[in-house]
Design a protein around this ligand. Sequence first.
Ligand code: CA
Ligand code: CA
Ligand code: CA
Ligand code: CA
Length: 266
Amino acid sequence: MKVLEKLMLVLCVFLLLGTGPAMALDFGVNITIPDNNNSSSHDWYGNREDQEVEPGMVHTQVWDLEGFFLKGATLSVVGGYNFRTGQDGYKAGDIFIDVDGGAQYGDIHGTGVNGNTIVNDTFGYDYVLDLDFCTNSTNNTYNYKVYSLKGININPTTKTAYYTENYGSNPWIYVDGGTFIKSGTFTFMSELTNAQTGFFGGSHYAMTGFDLSFLPNLDFIVHTTMGCGNDNLMGQNPVPEPATMLLLGTGLMGLAGIGRKKLFKK
Ligand SMILES: [Ca+2]
Ligand SMILES: [Ca+2]
Ligand SMILES: [Ca+2]
Ligand SMILES: [Ca+2]
């Protein structure tokens, strides 16, 4: 019994510590997937999303988009990049959603002159959350509008990321031509820590409260970037399970089965 009491005490201390100010924020499941644009030439250009930007780009925390999260139908985005103010004049991008697997991203490079160019939407996304950081800024709450980008007789336009080198980070923002679906509000959070977000870099921001219940179902790919395309952030729900994870899962199930058999023998 004494051993059990000690264990209970340790558990209580852990629970108390867990409710302190450093407690992780509950944005739900991390649905971030690789952006398929990486290089071994620099640590920050690797095949992950935290402490990562696109190959050849400025590699510091202020440019780092870190993760998409989903809790129920509520989407959140976390980054070292300040979504509200932008960075060096490069503003945050809108949030694009693909529901039929047509999203085009990865190691793709454009040609021609750099610029935030208005183009016909050919990037394969079906919906956009058009973020508005200019109005309704009470209590860090801001507006967004949802538009459908697919349909007969519509020809939506988007703006590209500034550097053609970052074509794989497109699109940056919605321009017009989509079909309005609904309005909503989201919350901007600043001064977040590594412990709260689970990411490295020291200083983090988040946008949370995007309601995706307008989607036919919650099977989608999601994307955002910033004005220069310095970092591309991709998410997918449900998160695709790597082959190694499937094997590990099967192995653990096997072990659990053995454990149960031994218990029954007693
Ligand atoms: Ca990358
Ligand atoms: Ca980071
Ligand atoms: Ca990143
Ligand atoms: Ca990236």
